[in-house]
Write a protein that binds this ligand. Structure first.
Ligand code: UDX
Ligand code: ADP
Length: 466
């Protein structure tokens, strides 16, 4: 069977995965026409905005790629019907949050957006279409996808489909580099022709030795396993950070010592306030759900502990802040530096800052939050509480978004660093100290501040793992 080469591709979902991934596809493959689709017209108009600072996601280097390709071979559109009909290959990059109700609530993935995409593709596609799962999906979702795609009752256009799994391994904040220089590209599927078509796209910039071909279930499970392993490293090192604080060891020295064992490696070993982001918790919950469904309760319990430790870390940090501030933060102003789940992104999904801020608000604190990229709306959405204006600060808990670290520190009793933004490593500690109420505290959950200098200036300090 021969098929036409892939020329037109589209991606359903213009979010943190779909946007950067398709931008790099367009940049690396000038012969491809790439269209990114979304049901949200506001998001699409931001992707099309002439002011590149308005792009709906912040990702270093993304603006330059957009500038090179947009309206040349990269398009952003809400016209889902026409673009699906025109596409030879369709990527699915829609949201797959954890279910909040019904069977598997709190663990299983909610596939309603994926299912709705499959139905749209079944309805509008023409000829042969390769459908590629990019979103992280539970093992065997491809089967559901195939069933929906093949149940289209409109046979007049002789539609056929191949389903592939091609999970995304990009990390936010360095997505463009990850996409341009991937450690590996994973393609799972049965249809050799379709696999070759997708591999040929990547071969424009990825060496063939890095393109791994697996069966579809291995591909889907590999994504969950990769994220579970990475998250497990963080929970492991965070557990040791707590131990260091008790016994007088220094977490950074421990990390240097263990990281120089090549079997362990020195990456992804920074202790912090716990992992966040849209993937780790969701994927581990999904792994737990799958293991339980297969009756593997010990496997499920093992991975549950990685999540439990992550939550414990956030709780323990919140508690030690309150304890050090004489057991109460009611009516106290606390400067929160960083709200994103990691540096170089405006994404707050599952950010550890959310839990820590919620705990401090529960204790009656007045939070002054500064993050270089996170908007006031995102903080409001994440905390589920409206911003209160500065002059309304009172015994009642409240939060306000500040435009600089200095503004956040005016009258504050403590600084809590929650995101590892580069600018916080070069922060002007003297200036901040001046603005604060004394005694002034500095809690560094990301080990990014020069703590010796802070002490010399007069701060009381707590730094993770020391
Ligand atoms: C992750 C995976 O890395 C990526 O391959 C997958 O495709 C999606 O999920 P992402 O969530 O974007 O990417 O960021 P990542 O860099 O993995 O960080 C996740 C969380 O772990 C962040 O909250 C980060 O601050 C934290 N982290 C990371 C640490 O606490 N310590 C570290 O050493 C590394
Ligand atoms: P991710 O981090 O996985 O990219 P996001 O939430 O950032 O997740 O992006 C997913 C995008 O998918 C959202 O912009 C959402 O509007 C879009 N989306 C969800 N369902 C559909 C659909 N059926 N058709 C088009 N776009 C969709």
């Amino acid at each position: 069977m021969s098929r036409n080469h892939v020329r037109n591709i589209c991606c359903i979902g213009a979010g943190y995965v779909g946007g950067p991934t398709m931008a790099v596809f367009a940049d690396e493959c000038p012969d491809l026409n790439v269209t990114v689709l979304d049901i949200n017209p506001e998001k699409i108009s931001l992707w099309n905005s002439n002011d590149l600072s308005e792009l709906p996601i912040f990702e270093p280097g993304l603006d330059k790629v957009i500038l090179r390709c947009r309206n040349i071979n990269l398009f952003f559109s809400t016209d889902i019907e026409a673009n699906i009909a025109n596409a030879d290959m369709i990527f699915i990059s829609v949201n797959t949050p954890t279910k909040t109700r019904g069977i598997g609530a709190g663990k299983a993935l909610d596939l309603k957006w994926v299912e709705s995409c499959a139905r749209q593709i079944a309805k509008f596609a023409t000829g042969h279409t390769i459908v590629v799962e990019k979103s992280t999906l539970p093992v065997r979702t491809a089967e559901v996808m195939k069933t929906i795609l093949n149940s289209s009752n409109d046979h007049s256009k002789s539609k056929t489909f191949s389903v592939l799994s091609n999970p995304e391994f990009l990390a936010e904040g360095c997505a463009i580099n990850d996409l341009k220089n991937p450690d590996r590209v994973l393609i799972g599927g049965e249809d050799e022709l379709a696999i070759n078509e997708l591999a040929n796209i990547y071969l424009n910039w990825v060496p063939s030795s890095k393109i791994l071909r697996t069966n579809i279930w291995s591909s889907e499970l590999s994504k969950l396993t990769a994220n579970a392993f990475l998250a497990q490293r963080i929970s492991s090192i965070n557990s040791i950070s707590a131990l260091c604080e008790k016994c007088g060891a220094n977490i950074e020295e421990v990390v240097d010592a263990i990281g120089s064992d090549t079997r362990i490696g020195n990456q992804f070993l920074n202790s912090g306030p716990g992992f966040g982001g849209s993937c780790f918790q969701k994927d581990i919950l999904n792994l737990i759900y799958i293991a339980s469904n297969y009756g593997l309760d010990d496997v499920a319990n093992y991975w549950q502990e990685v999540l439990n430790l992550n939550n414990w870390q956030k709780e323990r940090i919140s508690k030690l802040i309150v304890q050090n501030l004489f057991g109460t933060v009611t009516g106290k102003r606390i400067a929160i530096l960083g709200f994103a789940f990691k540096a170089n992104t405006n994404d707050t999904r599952e950010s550890p800052a959310i839990q820590v801020c919620e705990n401090l608000l529960e204790e009656g604190a007045n939070l002054a939050i500064y993050d270089p990229k996170v908007s006031q709306e995102s903080i409001e959405l994440a905390l589920g509480v409206k911003e209160t204006s500065v002059d309304e600060f009172s015994e009642l808990s409240s939060w306000v978004k500040c435009n600089s670290d200095v503004e956040a520190c005016i009258g504050a009793d403590a600084i809590v660093v929650l995101t590892n933004w580069e600018q916080f490593t070069n922060i002007s500690l003297n200036k901040l100290y001046e603005k604060m109420r004394k005694p002034a505290w500095l809690f560094d959950t990301r080990a990014c501040i020069d703590i010796d200098t802070a002490k010399k200036i007069g701060f009381n300090t707590w730094r993770i793992g020391i």
